[in-house]
Design a protein around this ligand. Sequence first.
Ligand code: GRF
Length: 204
Amino acid sequence: MKRIAVLASGRGSNFQAIIERVSDKTIPAEIVCLITDNPSAYAIERASAHNIPVSVVSFSDYADRESYNKALEHAMRACDADLFVLAGYMRLLKPETVRAFAGKMINIHPALLPSFSGLHAQQQALDYGVKIAGCTVHFVDEGMDTGPIILQYPVVVMNDDTEDSLAARIMEFEHRALPEAVKLFCEDRLEISGRKVIVHDAQA
Ligand code: GRF
């Protein structure tokens, strides 16, 4: 059974979606830790409710980015995880960290990449006037939201959408997409081939 570590900075609703699919055994894995940079993240309550160990690595506790990053990497290694899931983790990881966990780290982004990377993706989509928005789960590489794509879900944009209404509809699909990608990883069905991710069929 695979060992999953989740990194989250805030509310943790995507983390919760993974907890539920692990609890009902849809995902064949164990969640071994939550790592957060935010000591008041609601994700911590969610972890505690399910006896998941929490490691808080708060940026303000460190003198500079270098020492923060060392502490973060230390916390990640201590999890001894097969997969690290960035579920609303709001800090960019340093290239060394990304390289150290290459092929073992995935992220959820609330847009159809490569459009609208970075912050406020839903507002970017509205401002641009696209008719189809959505969400993407991808492997993490050294760029921002640029790694090989595992899966994407489309969401239709309505005339009267606001950032909040669109974000809420995309979120419903995030809560399906992220657990689905985690499940595929845990079933050893993902193969990275250059920029592409090949999704293999389930074993009969
Ligand atoms: C999600 O929209 C995710 O796509 C983005 O940050 C948000 C986190 O939400 N990266 P939550 O903390 O999982 O509720």
